[in-house]
Design a protein around this ligand. Sequence first.
Ligand code: MN
Length: 321
Amino acid sequence: MEKIAKMIAEHSNFAVFAHIKTDCDAVCSSLAMKYALASIGKKADVFIDSSLSSKMQSLPHIEDINNKTLENYDCYICLDTATIDRLGKFKYKIMKNRKNSCLLDHHATNEKYCKLNYVNETYSSTCELLFDFFKIIDVKITPEMAHLLLAGIYTDSGELTFSCTKPHTLLVASKLLSIYGGAMDEITTPIFRNQTMAEFKLNKLAYDRIKIYNDGKIAITMLDNKDFEELGVGIEETHGLVNIGIQIDTILISIFVSQDSEQEDCFYVSIRSKGNISARDVAAAFGGGGHLNAAGCKIFDTKQGVHNALLKAAQEVIGRC
Ligand SMILES: [Mn+2]
């Protein structure tokens, strides 16, 4: 982290990148970084090649994402993004300007594609990691930054319930909540408990579509672009639907698949697993990655082809244990 702090000290104009199919940790860590850098006299803009879910509209400064044109920056920071491809169209900036790039991430599968790379998978989230990093670059966390960091930590840690929630996570959350100064539900309700009717209907459909295999060990849920069209929701609202399957007591692997709105043969896959069963190994069979119990990949095939290939990969992973 010290080397990255030095790189930041030596530059003044930053572009901050985070991953496609973005989530709260990516968005919040990027915005917190922008305001942290501003507080120490630097300029930073945030670029994320992704649509934002309606839930993210409650976050402070959400309008600052992609509000500039990507021109000349003297340093590039990638947050929460394990592979260069997950930067989407912004990956070319890193390929061209690698010598002035750095990354901070908590994904064990990070491919370290920047000049300086700090990856530490003991953190629940990039937001938790940034709490420690901001100390190194002498940033005083404001209530708005605390709001952002808490939202990212709460999202990636499943509201402080997943196994990635460590004593350090709770300590950081506690410190951030006192800096924030308000009530926790002001942050969590808009993100976790404020569904639109369309989202509720999407959930309902996801419950209906679950297919169970291998004596209740594998769940696969598929939604296609016709579903999204009929309900009037975007693919960005599907976050968390993979958890419907994993919550069933016998299920060891839950897979959620959604079809790209423009490419008929392109499917996005989220995978969750329990214990030593590796979601990452299922994703890796299709060139994806992630954490042991939460991973993802993208597959180009027919709907049936995707379904069959995923079922086979999940059966193989379970068969190994
Ligand atoms: Mn994350």
